[in-house]
Design a protein. Structure first.
Ligand SMILES: [Mg+2]
Ligand SMILES: [Zn+2]
Lengths: 485, 487, 95
């Protein structure tokens, strides 16, 4: 048998079901490896003891009908977990222990999964490199001075380093797909309304979606199947018939029409990315798909519109962190003083910057010029996609304009940091599903990803395309476990 | 322009007072607008707080259908346009009792548009325009007087549904404001959409006041007096504010547009917040919620639930029961009064019932500071009392005595009549005996009467009544006496 | 449109985030570079475009008027930095 740690989630599930491995074996193996991997700073909270007990409990009375029977999972610390500290990697939520569980994580536990810990991320998911966390930056297992991407950087790093067999993240402007691309794993952002937002610390409500991060496409389909559900507790959750994504997975995509948007050939895109994209097209052709040139004319305006909409919503969503009900409080001479000091000391610089941007664009006299304008641009971007999907079944783009960068490289230049999400943000603005799959390496052997964008609720469609490309690409993530030695 | 118009006079210049109200009416519902905790008044602090109300991370609003129906129902009662699509916005500001840091409200697209309320002024009906009605959440409560060093926060009220009903600036006097609030409350109580209890804060208002010289048709700069929770205080605040503004103008100064508070101890208004902290609410559509939409059928179904409203009931009372407009207005003004009245007239004479309710009963309630729902006399027993009068068992005078007894103990008046022997004497033979006895002992007066002193008739009646211990049937006494004296 | 120091301080006041002068100057610089980049939206004519209000193309779903959340005062208060078992506690407010 291959090393347990190298098995995919689907393999583990099968081996548990055939009683080849116990939940405890898997759980203790992942815990041991996680303990050896502190250098990566992937975890912000460990629940190892609890997890071991749960795995023992599972083994004494195993339920093999579950989709994730006794499988240990670490999750992004943006998901509220009952009786387990949840911080969103912010000082302002230090010591916050929810009395409730997010719907998405509840779905995981209901299918037999076991929580082994909470994973580091950018503070309130605001960042593209995991350098904004109050608990320090996460290191990529790819290289010791490399960012794993963000905001789900802890999730990406933990998964790529095999500290968890699969994981979940949240994606507001690329926070699943960009770190997935940087670390050579699969990450999917579902259609807005597919996964419940209940119990997820909100960043930008109209853009946030939870999604799976996995080692391969099959695992991704399985995780999505478990995570996605209609939830009456979330008014934006959509009630549609969710397919069994994993059993429906179809490698035959013959005749599918795939669009290539010319506007994604942006300035500053490396030639390696260009080549990768070309290779992607060829893989698709090999699979029998038809490549069609399309235009998404408002692509260039997506990022600036995003940097109005997301901060505006965030400035309001984060108003609840005021030192009154939970989390950190600084002493103040009066109520206002207490608020100002609490929020000044409790939030990190990037979060404060975005709150200020959001406050400004909503403030009296600027609403129309910024917020309303951005919502109109958003409409145009949505229309672009609607038009494109009249001609094609899915769209192929690179996931990011470059491979992972060094820690500290973009820290002082917010705009260049924001540009990282240029290919992922339009998908959030239009509420569409998008998946990033590892597709190759750059000259430094850093992973590169390709993104497939689908029609609303056509997760199955993009999973199928990803599945067939995966076979052709045959990408193998290699790390030498440098952080353990 | 009628001569009883309310005007402020300064240095011989007359000022008209322009008033608009923003009434906050608490929606009658079991649970809150966007969460499933209870709305009951007077519960232990923070016992009716859900994770949504306290703004825990990741908590999301889900709208209560009943509150939407209540708002639509109220809109129909205000003859208003119902908007089939409306939007919830966030109104952002920081305060200790506002856990989210924003209030979910409706800004540009409210659920209810323009409507009307008719006031019954002594000079005739006056229509007050309604600008809009929107749904929003209430905040919690900050308590400053329990702990000497801190402010305590109770979030029980946080998230309770409110209807903000905004009037046009059509009101012209404190008295019109009084009638407007009462009419609004009456309509909502008829509809069952708000209990209108001002002591419990279910009805509060922001009062917008401006003044202008009589004859001018330009609106002056207004001040908003926040959160006044009694009609009396609203009236006092308007009176003070109108005078203050007129004085400013007389002195050649401008009125600043500002938010003020009414200080109930000093009977004055004062500016509420310093200007540098002027609010910028940064309204924007709540991204946790979708547009609120419903179809015509939804509205039609609610229309079917609308009961007879005060104005319709008043017309019915006038037409069907021949009540005066004045009586009818009084009897319909309050839902409980109208219910009481309709219960009494199920079995009793309408005119007598109206008289007794607006007369004796109202006096009794006033004296004891009671609402009609708390009346010590039940409608059933009042009805029986009125029937005793109608069928001649007792006189109106005895009825008052019995009413008095009933006010202390809500007893069947038939039993009281039995027990106290108060039944009217209507036996002609017995009355004739009594009368003869009186005439016999007053022979001199009989002679005076016969020689033309008619006025003495009343004296004989009085004597007979006295002799009957007040129980003699007055009509019969009159008749027999007349026969005997003139015969 | 450029953002001056006064505006930065006004926004920080509105956001209830205190900033010292040094941070304010850094923010002034950052915000100006961000907004200069954002201004490219002005190249786009959006006069006849309806703003997108909600990405989920559906309408608000109703909940029944039922009391479900009850007796959770302890849960609600247990995370508060300062509480007296019955209330949330904040510095004294003078109205
Ligand atoms: Mg107001
Ligand atoms: Zn209001």
């Amino acid at each position: 048998m291959a090393n347990l740690i190298d098995l995919t989630l689907s393999d583990l599930v099968n081996k548990v079901k055939s009683k080849e491995i116990s939940s405890k074996e898997i759980t203790s193996t992942y815990i041991d490896r996680s303990k050896q991997s502190k250098k990566l700073n992937a975890y912000v909270e460990e629940t190892f003891d609890r997890a071991l007990k749960s795995s023992e409990k599972f083994d004494t009375k195993p339920d093999f009908k579950k989709k994730l029977p006794g499988i240990p999972l670490a999750v992004k610390d943006l998901f509220c977990t009952k009786n387990v500290k949840t911080t969103a990697s912010s000082k302002i939520l230090e010591n916050f222990i929810p009395s409730y569980e997010s719907t998405v994580t509840e779905n995981l536990w209901n299918e037999g999964a076991i929580l082994i810990g909470k994973l580091n991320c950018d503070e309130f998911a605001m960042g593209s490199s995991n350098e904004t966390s109050h608990f320090g930056n996460v290191i990529s297992p790819i290289d010791d001075n490399l960012v794993p991407g963000g905001s789900s950087g802890g999730s990406a790093s933990a998964l790529a380093a095999k500290l968890t067999p699969a994981t979940i993240g949240t994606d507001t402007g690329g926070s699943i797909r960009q770190p997935a691309s940087f670390t050579g794993i699969v990450g999917l952002k579902p259609t807005y309304g597919s996964c419940s937002r209940y119990g997820i610390v909100a960043f930008a409500s109209s853009l946030d979606q939870a999604g799976p991060m996995t080692r391969d496409v099959k695992d991704c389909a399985l995780m999505l199947e478990v995570m996605s559900s209609f939830d009456p507790k979330d008014s934006t959750s959509i009630n549609f018939k969710r397919p069994n994504y994993s059993s429906n997975l179809n490698i035959n995509i013959k005749g599918k029409k795939i669009g290539i948007p010319k506007e994604y050939r942006v300035d500053g895109m490396t030639s390696e990315i260009e080549k990768l994209w070309e290779k992607g097209k060829n893989y698709l052709k090999d699979c029998g798909a038809e490549i069609i040139d399309i235009s998404l004319p408002h692509t260039n305006y997506a990022l600036p519109a995003y940097y109005i909409v997301a901060p505006a919503e965030a400035s309001s969503n984060l108003a609840r962190y005021d030192g009154v009900k939970y989390g950190f409080r600084a002493d103040g001479e009066n109520l206002i003083d207490m608020y100002e000091k609490t929020r000044s000391q409790g939030f990190g610089d990037e979060v404060k910057r975005r709150i200020m941007i959001g406050t400004y664009v909503l403030s009296s006299g600027y609403y129309d010029a910024y917020y309303l304008k951005a919502q109109k641009v958003r409409k145009l971007i949505k229309n672009d996609f609607d038009n494109a999907f009249n001609k094609v079944d899915a769209i192929l783009t690179p996931s990011t304009p470059s491979s992972a960068f060094k820690i500290g490289d973009k820290k002082d230049d917010p705009v260049s940091m924001y540009l990282n999400d240029i290919f992922t943000v339009p998908v959030n603005l239009a509420g569409l599903p998008g998946i990033s799959i590892p597709a190759g390496l750059d000259k430094n052997n850093y992973p590169l990803g390709l993104q497939i964008i689908g029609k609303p609720f056509d997760e199955q469609g993009i999973l199928d395309i990803a599945y067939s490309m995966e076979e052709k690409i045959n990408f193998k993530l290699k790390t030498n476990d440098w952080w353990i030695k | 322009m009628s001569k009883d118009q309310y005007l402020i006079e300064k240095n011989g210049n007359k000022y008209e007072v322009i008033i608009g109200l923003e009434v906050h009416a608490q929606v009658l519902s079991d649970s809150k607008l966007f969460s499933t905790s209870a709305t009951k008044f007077g519960s232990e602090p923070n016992t009716q707080v859900s994770l949504v109300d306290a703004a825990f991370p990741g908590m999301l609003p889900v709208i209560n259908e009943f509150c939407v129906r209540q708002a639509v129902k109220t809109g129909i009662g205000l003859n208003a346009k119902i908007n089939k699509k409306s939007i919830f916005d966030r109104k952002n500001y920081f305060y200790a009792d506002l856990p989210q840091g924003y209030q979910i409200s409706q800004y540009k697209d409210p659920i209810v548009g323009e409507g009307t309320v008719v006031l019954d002024l002594p000079s005739g009906p006056k229509t007050i325009g309604i600008e809009r009605l929107h749904l929003e959440q209430d905040a919690g409560k900050s308590i400053h007087d329990i702990d000497p060093t801190s402010t305590l926060v109770d979030l029980n009220r946080s998230g309770v549904a409110l209807m903000e009903i905004v009037s046009k600036p059509d009101l012209r006097s404190p008295e019109e404001v009084n009638l407007y609030i009462k009419k609004l409350r009456s309509i909502m109580r008829y509809l069952g959409t708000c209990d209108g209890n001002m002591q419990e804060g279910s009805l509060r208002a922001d009062v917008n006041v401006s003044v202008r010289k009589v004859g001018s048709d330009k609106l002056g700069t207004r001040c908003e007096i926040k959160n006044v929770n009694s009609i009396k205080f609203m009236q006092m605040a308007i009176e003070y504010e109108a005078n203050r503004q007129a004085e400013l103008l007389e002195e050649g100064n401008a009125v600043d547009q500002e938010t003020r508070l009414f200080d109930t101890k000093k009977n004055k208004t004062r500016p509420m917040r310093s200007k540098e902290d002027a609010h910028d609410y940064r309204y924007f559509p709540d991204p946790d919620l979708l547009p609120l939409e419903f179809d015509d059928q939804f509205i039609e179904n609610i229309k079917k639930e609308i009961p007879e409203l005060p104005d319709q009931k008043k017309n019915r009372f006038i037409e069907k029961f021949k009540l005066s407009p004045y009586e009818a207005t009084i009897l319909v003004s309050d839902l409980d009064t109208s219910k009481f009245f309709e219960k009494v007239i199920e079995k009793s004479d309408v005119k007598l019932s109206a008289n007794w309710i607006t007369g004796e009963l109202f006096a009794l309630l006033n004296e004891n500071n009671l609402e009609i729902a708390e009346s010590p006399i039940s409608p059933e027993n009042l009805s029986k009392l009125i029937n005793l009068i109608s069928n001649g068992t007792i006189s109106g005078k005895i009825a008052k005595t019995i009413f008095e007894i009933m006010s202390k103990e809500d007893k069947d008046p038939n039993i009281i009549v039995e027990e106290k022997g108060l039944k009217q004497e209507s036996d002609p033979k017995a009355l004739e005996d009594l009368i003869q006895k009186v005439l016999n002992s007053n022979e001199d007066k009989v002679n005076e009467y016969k020689s033309g002193k008619d006025k003495l008739f009343g004296f004989f009646v009085g004597q007979v009544m006295k002799e009957s211990k007040g129980k003699g049937n007055p009509q019969m006494i009159n008749k027999i006496l007349k026969d005997k004296l003139n015969g | 449109m450029s953002i001056d120091l006064k505006t930065v301080k006004h926004i920080s006041k509105l956001s209830r985030i205190s900033i010292d002068d040094q941070k304010a100057k850094k923010l002034e610089k950052d915000l100006n570079s961000i907004f200069k980049w954002i201004e490219q939206l002005n190249q786009l004519n959006t006069d006849n475009v309806d703003p997108l209000t909600s990405i989920a193309e559906t309408t608000l779903r109703f909940r029944k008027d039922q009391i479900v959340s009850k007796n959770i005062r302890e849960d609600v208060l247990k995370n508060s930095p300062k509480d007296n078992k019955d209330y949330f506690v904040v510095p004294k407010v003078v109205e």
